[in-house]
Design a protein around this ligand. Structure first.
Ligand code: HEC
Length: 322
């Protein structure tokens, strides 16, 4: 038999992946139907559960016209924000804001990234000034919409004198801000209302993009890519409907090379030996994931994707979420 050319090999790999994922197809179809019927309305300030809207995850309303949630996903997410009447989007995530989609929907972006270990007093002031001076309704987001966006909006509301620590903590509970992010919770508990003079700011002074570099930037990019890989996994390793250009094999390759690049990253190299062991483990798992996806081994790919997610968490537990 003649050797397969690259296209044929890819096709046969894909068909094996497809066969192994029939169950996923069925659940994917069901969820599409469910999404199509979701009504795009702002959750109430007393809702006890976060809501998923098209292109927007984990949406919780903290106060009138102040919403919190996950990163708006492409056209669908920004269209949903516009439908909700949102005027300003505040990102507290390290990733570069999607200004193209935001602008297309008439939304202003403000980018004030925070880390997982605290909300610095400087950021608390900027966030409070931002929610007081930019146009409302406002949607505050990080990547998943649980921890950093919750803590950022909560401290801003307390500093702006609009809600008490007890009230914002209840809303953070609904967002699902985990108790293990002790630094974020501490920042919220220690937040103090500021004076009207402190809260004054020029509405035009807030940046739409804050340049994030080094380890944090690489991590934010890894987070976006692993999300794409997860979506591709859910779509039987094909391109999901809302990401027609996504090629799983390219994304796993990009992810593996980013993780490997941390070996030479000056900030990453400063961490202790145990961190380097976690890093080495993640590098190996990301390479296995890439090979499994490339070779069409759906079972191994799913396993490695889950193992990689665990290995991100294990390192963060000790070295990020202080
Ligand atoms: C070897 C340890 C280690 C591994 C493995 C690791 N991380 Fe991180 N990550 C860190 C550290 C340390 C920080 C905090 C950096 C800082 O704030 O200076 C971080 C920060 C982050 C952030 C926050 C970036 C921001 O916006 O502030 C994200 C998101 C993230 N990592 C995603 C991931 C993902 C996804 C993986 C797995 C594919 C992963 N990380 C694997 C150590 C690790």
């Amino acid at each position: 038999m003649a050797p397969l050319d690259a296209t044929q090999r890819r096709t046969s790999n894909l068909s094996r992946l497809v066969a192994a994922s029939t169950l996923t197809i069925m659940s994917a179809c069901l969820s599409t139907v469910a999404i199509a019927t979701v009504e795009i309305v702002t959750p109430t300030t007393t809702a006890k559960k976060a809501r998923n809207l098209p292109g927007l995850h984990n949406v919780v309303t903290y106060a009138d016209e102040l919403l919190c949630g996950g990163v708006p996903e492409g056209e669908q997410g920004f269209a949903a924000l516009a439908t909700l009447g949102v005027k300003t989007v505040i990102s507290v995530d390290g990733a570069t804001p999607d200004l193209v989609h935001a602008t297309a929907h008439g939304l202003r972006y403000v980018h004030l990234p925070i880390s997982y270990d605290t909300v610095s007093s400087e950021r608390q002031l900027q966030l409070a000034q931002a929610i007081r001076n930019v146009q409302r309704p406002i949607y505050v987001h990080c990547h998943h919409g649980k921890h950093r966006s919750g803590a950022a909006l909560a401290t801003a509301l307390v500093c702006a004198g609009e809600m008490s620590v007890a009230e914002v903590s209840e809303r953070m509970g609904v967002s699902g801000t985990a108790a293990s992010y002790t630094g974020l919770w501490q920042a919220v508990r220690a937040a103090q209302p500021m004076s009207p003079a402190q809260l004054q700011a020029d509405p035009a002074s807030f940046p739409s993009v804050t340049v994030v570099t080094g380890l944090v930037a690489t991590m934010a990019e890894m987070d976006q890519i692993i999300d794409l890989v997860r979506q591709s996994h859910q779509a039987r390793w094909q391109a999901p409907d809302d990401h027609p250009d996504l090629v799983a094999e390219k994304e796993t390759e990009r992810l593996a090379s980013l993780i490997a690049s941390l070996r030479d990253d000056s900030e990453s190299k400063q961490y202790p030996a145990e961190y380097q062991q976690h890093l080495q483990h993640s590098i190996e798992v990301s390479e296995k994931l890439h090979r499994a996806v490339r070779d069409g081994n759906a079972i191994q790919a799913a396993q490695m994707l889950s193992t990689l997610g665990q290995s991100c968490k294990t390192c963060h537990h000790t070295y990020r979420n202080k």
